[in-house]
Design a protein around this ligand. Structure first.
Ligand code: MRU
Length: 344
C-alpha cells in the first residue's frame, strides 16, 4: 500500500485525515481516548472496520493516560469505553472491537499496570492485523465473481481507507487486478460526504486501477445502457437475516441492479455481522448534521432555514443481495442459515 492511514507508534495514533483528502495528505496525531473519539465522530477516520480499530487504540490510550496521571484504571477505562461507544451507532465493528478489548481488560485488570497495558495494546494490534488478513481473504473469496473486462460499480469507500488496509469491496477489486484481470470501476460520488469522489477515486488512482467518477443519480442510466457488469459494496452492519446497512444510496443501487439483472455483492468481514439483530429494521441508523447536506466543501448550496434530513446509512433487504462475501466464505440465500453457519 502506498499510504499508511492508521499508524500506531506505541505512544500515539497517527491518522490520515480523510476529511481533507484528496486535496492534501495531512496526518493528525491522536494522543488520548477523547481525541480518538473525536477523530471517529468528525470522520477524520471512517469506514466500519477502521473506526473499530481506532476505538480499540482509544482504549489503549485511556490506559496510558490513567497510568501517567495515576488515576483509577477501571474508572478511566469505563469512561473512555462510554465515550468511544457513543461516537457512531451504525457500524457494529465499533462495538465488536470495543468488546474485544474490554473482555481482555476485564480478565486481567487486577494484574500489574504494565501487564494490563501490554495485553490491551496487543489486542488492539491483533484487531488491526486480523482485519488486513481478513480483507485479503475476502478478496480471494470474491475474486471468482469478477471476470476480466468487467465494469464494476461501487458506492462510498470500502477500501483500504475504510479498514486496516486492503479494503473489503475494493479488496475484491484489488485481488482481481493482482490476479491479472482487467477491470474498470465506476465510482459513485456518494453524497453528501463524497467518500466515493474524494476517497475511492483517490485510492484507485494511487493503485493505477482504471476508474470513472459518476454522480449518484447516474447509476440507473449506466445500468440501462449495459455499462455495469456487477455492483460491489461494503457494509456497516449485516443482520442475522442478511439485511445490509451501508452508506446511504446503497439500497437504491441494489434495487436498480435487480431491475437490470446485475449481480449485487456485499463484501464484509464477519466482524460486520451482528447475529443479535434479527433484521435490518433493528439496525440503528445514524443521522448526521444538516450542514453536510446544505454545504459542499465549506460552501453553502441551499437556502438558510431549509429543512434537512441526513440519514448516513440505509438498509438493503437481503432479497436484493446476490452474495455476501466474507473472510470465512461466501453466503447466498437463504441468508439466515448461511450466516449462522459462519459462526458455528
Ligand atoms: O460514513 P462512513 O464513511 O463511515 O460509511 C462507510 C460505509 O458505509 C462503508 O461502505 C462501510 O463502512 C464499509 S467499509 C469497509
Amino acid at each position: 500500500m502506498s499510504f499508511q492511514h492508521i499508524k500506531w507508534t506505541g505512544d500515539e495514533l497517527v491518522l490520515l485525515d480523510q476529511r481533507i483528502l484528496p486535496i492534501r495528505e495531512s496526518y493528525r496525531r491522536v494522543k488520548t481516548s477523547v481525541e480518538a473519539a473525536n477523530a471517529i465522530k468528525t470522520m477524520v477516520v471512517r469506514g466500519a472496520p477502521a473506526i473499530g480499530i481506532v476505538a480499540a487504540f482509544g482504549l489503549v490510550l485511556a490506559i496510558k493516560g490513567a497510568l501517567k496521571r495515576k488515576r483509577v484504571l477501571k474508572e478511566e477505562f469505563a469512561e473512555a469505553y462510554k465515550i468511544l461507544a457513543g461516537t457512531r451507532p451504525t457500524a457494529v465493528n465499533l462495538f465488536y472491537a470495543l468488546e474485544r478489548v474490554r473482555n481482555v481488560f476485564e480478565r486481567i485488570c487486577d494484574r500489574s499496570p504494565e501487564e494490563v497495558l501490554f495485553r490491551v495494546e496487543k489486542e488492539a494490534l491483533d484487531i488491526l492485523e486480523e482485519d488486513v488478513k481478513n480483507n485479503r481473504a475476502i478478496g480471494k473469496n470474491g475474486v471468482r465473481f469478477v471476470r476480466s473486462g468487467f465494469s464494476i460499480l461501487t458506492h462510498c469507500n470500502a477500501g483500504a481507507l475504510a479498514t486496516g488496509g486492503y479494503g473489503t469491496a475494493l479488496g475484491v477489486i484489488r485481488m482481481a487486478v493482482e490476479k491479472g484481470k482487467k477491470v474498470h470501476v465506476y465510482v459513485d460520488e456518494t453524497r453528501p460526504f463524497l467518500q466515493g469522489a474524494r476517497l475511492t477515486a483517490w485510492e484507485l488512482q494511487k493503485e493505477g486501477i482504471p476508474c470513472t467518477l459518476i454522480t449518484d443519480n447516474m447509476a440507473g442510466y449506466l445500468m440501462a445502457q449495459g455499462k455495469v457488469d456487477m455492483v460491489i459494496v461494503g457494509a456497516d452492519r449485516i443482520a442475522a437475516n442478511g439485511d445490509v446497512a451501508n452508506k446511504i444510496g446503497t439500497y437504491s443501487l441494489a434495487v436498480l441492479a435487480k431491475q437490470h439483472k446485475i449481480p449485487f455483492y456485499v463484501a464484509a468481514p464477519t466482524s460486520t455481522i451482528d447475529m443479535s439483530v434479527k433484521s435490518g429494521k433493528q439496525i440503528p441508523i445514524e443521522e448526521r448534521d444538516a450542514g453536510e447536506v446544505t454545504n459542499l466543501m465549506g460552501t453553502r448550496i441551499a437556502p438558510h432555514g431549509v429543512n434537512v434530513y441526513n440519514p448516513a446509512f440505509d438498509v438493503t433487504p437481503s432479497r436484493f443481495v446476490s452474495a455476501i462475501i466474507t473472510e470465512k466464505g461466501v453466503v447466498t440465500s437463504p441468508y439466515g442459515a448461511g450466516l449462522k453457519k459462519l459462526f458455528s
